[in-house]
Design a protein around this ligand. Structure first.
Ligand SMILES: Nc1ncnc2c1ncn2[C@@H]1O[C@H](COP(=O)(O)OP(=O)(O)O)[C@@H](O)[C@H]1O
Ligand SMILES: [Mg+2]
Length: 341
């Protein structure tokens, strides 16, 4: 689930360099304009058009955490409304009460409020993490959205758009966000590294990107945690801080499986298990390692299939050492069949 810091509206300019030592980097380096947002070009260019021309439609932004949904809406609202932001934007997120009563009273009152705005500008209601609103509250919203549509527009952000009721989906333009690519995350990390003068080695950044898995918030948080803990970004420190199984270790396991040394693979697994990593941690890392492993395409697909099944069984609650050993055995078998063929 998504973790959000309470100071979500703090922009980089308001923080400045005033010894902002304790400020989380995710907030310090939150882009304050739409143009600064990296990745998801389609969505960003759409927002840039809206920022220029005004007339924002009702929007649903959906996608995985840490990809810039909240950031885009806030930046867009700032660009559209500028000095009017204070009176013309109502921002509600999961930490606010958003039951039926709030929709009936607070949102409706805001929609009825008179604010003088330039042409093609509207009041904006931002409902962040809207998938946590009850369907009753969403129902109460649908008519309000229509009645006040000439003065007030809604922007909803959520992780899964299917948790938004259909009638609201049909009143909104859907903008999808996807996980950021490694390159995109790297680019942003470099900006922060330079601004904060963080010492690093390239493998350390690779490790940060690996652990973040397309989530910029996680990447920045891991970077800051490693920096404040060790003052140096290298592979070892990153995996210590993030407490994930070391991919090199997992890679060795895979190498043993592929080399026909099943016992060695199992003892590698045992080591990880004894270090206290949960089967979910181990299998998630295994999946990511395989995804990037240089091996025959056919075998890779077989491996991923088996990992998928094992992951499913682990999620069902059978997360034993035996389960993971069984997986390694399946992988070894798949490799033997591929060899024989
Ligand atoms: N596309 C992006 N470009 C630049 N920074 C980003 C991007 N996505 C996320 N971030 C960073 O991660 C933090 C959290 O992003 P946020 O927009 O709140 O994510 P969410 O999609 O979960 O709402 C931001 O403060 C920003 O520092
Ligand atoms: Mg968010």
């Amino acid at each position: 689930m998504e973790k959000e810091s309470p100071i979500s509206t703090m922009t980089s300019s308001s923080v400045g360099n005033s010894g902002g030592y304790d400020i989380p980097w995710v907030e310090k380096y939150r882009p304050s304009t739409v143009a600064e947002i990296v990745g998801n070009e389609d969505a960003v260019s759409r927002f840039q058009v809206i920022a220029r021309a005004g007339n924002i439609p009702n929007l649903i932004l959906s996608g995985p955490p840490g990809t810039g949904k909240t950031t885009s809406i806030l930046a867009l609202a700032h660009e559209l409304l500028g000095p009017n932001y204070r009176e013309a934007v109502l921002e509600l997120n999961a930490s606010d009460d958003r039951g039926i009563d709030v929709v009936r009273n607070k949102i409706k009152m805001f929609a009825q409020k008179k604010v003088t705005l330039p042409p093609a500008r509207h009041k904006i209601v931002i409902l962040d993490e809207a998938d946590s609103m009850t369907s009753g509250a969403q129902q109460a919203l649908r008519r309000t959205m229509e009645i006040y549509s000439n003065s007030t527009r809604f922007a909803l952000a959520c992780n899964t758009s299917s948790k938004i009721i259909e009638p609201i989906q049909s009143r909104c333009a859907l903008v999808r966000f996807s996980r950021l690519s490694d390159q995109e995350i790297l680019g942003r990390l470099m900006v922060v590294l330079q601004a904060e003068k963080v010492p690093y080695v390239p493998e350390g950044l690779e490790a940060i990107i690996f652990t973040a898995d397309g989530d910029m918030r996680q990447a920045l948080n891991n970077l800051q945690a490693t920096f404040s803990g060790f003052r140096l970004i290298n592979q070892e420190n990153v995996f210590k801080v993030c407490d994930q199984p070391h991919p090199l270790h997992v890679k060795n396991m895979v190498r043993h499986v592929l080399g026909g040394k099943f016992d060695d693979a199992c003892s590698g697994l045992k080591q990880l298990y004894d270090l206290g990593y949960s089967p979910t941690d181990i299998i998630t890392t295994l999946f990511r390692v395989i995804k990037n492993y240089d091996m025959a395409e056919y075998l890779k697909l077989e491996f991923m299939k088996e990992i998928g099944f094992a992951h499913m069984r682990i999620c069902d609650g059978v997360g034993s050492y035996l389960q993971l050993c069984g997986l390694l055995a399946k992988l070894a078998l798949a490799r033997d069949t591929a060899k024989a063929a």
